[in-house]
Design a protein around this ligand. Structure first.
Ligand code: SF4
Length: 495
């Protein structure tokens, strides 16, 4: 491990095609700190499955890196996302009264489990094959999947692979320099044991300046993202403690900011050279507390000054929007928004450690509306969270109606989720303490009993909520959330 490296190949393991922000920032950081290091980014999402292994082997032969840095974006087993039918299948299988529907869901669910399992196996296989073919290379693995499932993944990989948990810039720099890694958030196997480094200071992200001209030169596949949404981080870290969330674990609780001028220059470059018209501010939270408001204001003022027709979005806490910020958001081209309201009950929100007040969230929506916001808002609810009662469910339904009244009904789309229990979250801790989960449970298990437990929907409200979901899920995708709300309301009111 302790040798200096002069070339790095970043390999973005295949996932849903999405711009590889992580490898871009790592390469930009290393380039600023060690400009002599040759670098190349390879994005496997842009390459057909059967050609991926060969592409890696050819690339390593041709580029001859001495360090290969794999990045594994995520493993989304229990956190279904848009367009992913796994939640519906699971509910059909566990709760439908129609035997035929259950059997069909069981079969389709099995296929999905197989696909998930296959996706995980493919990535492990790509890693293992590369390591076997090039035993003299230093191999690192980072990204969200490794950060969350570090022990489970590192156990399945050969000795010598260095897992990097959370932010990778400083750890990778230490690997590249051949320095000792004990003071970094790394994990690796040695003599049959798993060794973890101690957490280092958070990366000072003010040092991250992305030279996209350089990135274009080391990442030819970037061309496939021209004209598409590009993720940009404006800050890292989140000080809140929402019980189900992994961001504070991955990025840390201390919020650190990038230089707004550097971000604006990057957007200028992307607009001009990559034909970028949509930006996703890939922050854990775009406004992580009132202390972040001046930074957000400076950035948005800069966007307004530049006057480029670039639409932006991100996870935004509307509870922190001031009238001035609302005006700037609209003037700077904010697009559709996704708001994790989670619950319409202040009691449940407090229980979940969400750290915001509902009346402030409504207030933020009013400011946006007043400033002429015309985008659509996705409202994410997590039903049956700890502390949920029939009364709090009615409050959630009411909150949807309040926001629909403020923003206009056609502009609001409620989406119903359930908490997917994941390692390193407070909810996981709490469920282990209460005996709901075994201390030794396998977070990657795909057996039906584990899935049922980790897709958190406990009694006594589980059946009523599930029945409402099953009733509504036959409807058009855009209407489903609202239908669930209305079906649930009828049941709760005994109509
Ligand atoms: S505010 Fe958002 S990013 Fe921060 S802990 Fe809560 S859910 Fe996570």
């Amino acid at each position: 491990m302790n040798r200096e490296h002069s070339s790095i190949l970043y390999i973005w393991l295949p996932c849903q095609k999405i711009y590889p922000v992580g490898p871009t920032y790592l390469a930009a950081y290393i380039h600023r700190k060690r400009p002599h290091i040759r670098q190349r980014i390879l994005d496997l999402s842009t390459i057909p499955r059967r050609e991926r292994q060969r592409t890696i082997l050819d690339m390593v032969e041709a580029f001859k890196p001495d360090l290969i840095a794999f990045s594994w974006r995520d493993i989304q087993i229990y956190a279904p996302h848009g367009g992913d039918p796994s939640l519906e299948l699971a509910f059909d299988f566990y709760y439908s009264r129609d035997m035929l529907r259950r059997v069909k869901a069981g079969l389709k669910g099995l296929r999905m489990v197989f696909t998930y399992e296959n996706g995980i196996r493919e990535k492990l296989h790509l890693l293992q094959k590369t390591i076997k073919a090039f035993p003299d290379k230093t191999i690192t693995l980072g990204g969200g999947a490794l950060s969350v499932f570090s022990r489970e993944i590192i156990r399945r990989l050969p000795h010598g692979v260095i897992g990097v948990i959370g932010e990778g810039e400083e750890a990778l720099l230490a690997v590249a320099d051949g320095r000792d890694l004990k003071g970094h958030r790394v994990i690796y196997r040695e003599n049959g044991s798993i060794i973890s480094g101690t957490p280092a200071n958070p990366v000072s992200v003010g040092d991250i300046h992305v030279d996209y001209n350089y990135i274009t030169s080391i990442f030819p596949e970037a061309a496939s993202y021209f004209g598409e949404t590009i993720g940009i981080q404006t800050k890292r870290g989140c000080p809140y403690h929402c019980e189900f969330c992994l961001y504070p674990y991955i990025e840390g609780e201390q919020v650190r900011y990038r230089d707004p001028e550097a971000i604006l220059r990057e957007i200028d470059y992307l607009y001009t050279h990559w034909n970028t018209r949509k930006i996703w501010f890939a922050d854990a939270q775009f406004i992580p507390g009132s202390a972040a408001v001046p930074h957000c204001t400076t950035l948005l003022e800069g966007l307004v000054r530049r006057g480029r027709p670039v639409e932006w979005s991100g996870y935004v806490r509307t509870s922190l929007i001031t009238p001035k910020l609302a005006g700037l958001m609209v003037a700077s081209g904010v697009g559709d928004l996704e708001i994790s309201i989670t619950s319409g009950s202040q009691k449940v929100l407090n229980e979940m450690g969400m750290g915001f007040r509902l009346d402030h969230l409504y207030e933020g929506c009013r400011y946006l509306k007043k400033e002429g916001y015309r985008g659509k808002v996705t409202l994410n609810y997590s039903m049956n969270a700890p502390g949920e009662t029939e009364e709090t469910l009615l409050e959630s339904i009411h909150s949807y109606k309040v926001i629909a009244d403020i923003m206009g009904k056609g502009r609001i789309r409620p989406v119903i989720f359930f908490i997917g229990v994941q390692p390193h979250t407070r909810i996981e801790e709490r469920l282990i303490e209460s005996g709901y989960l075994e201390k030794t449970y396998d977070p990657l298990s795909l057996n039906p009993f584990s899935i049922r437990k980790l897709l958190y929907n406990p009694p006594p409200l589980d059946r009523m909520i599930a029945a409402s979901c099953l009733e509504a899920w036959g409807e058009k995708e855009e209407e489903r959330g609202e239908r669930v709300m209305l079906a649930l309301e009828k049941r709760l009111r005994g109509e």
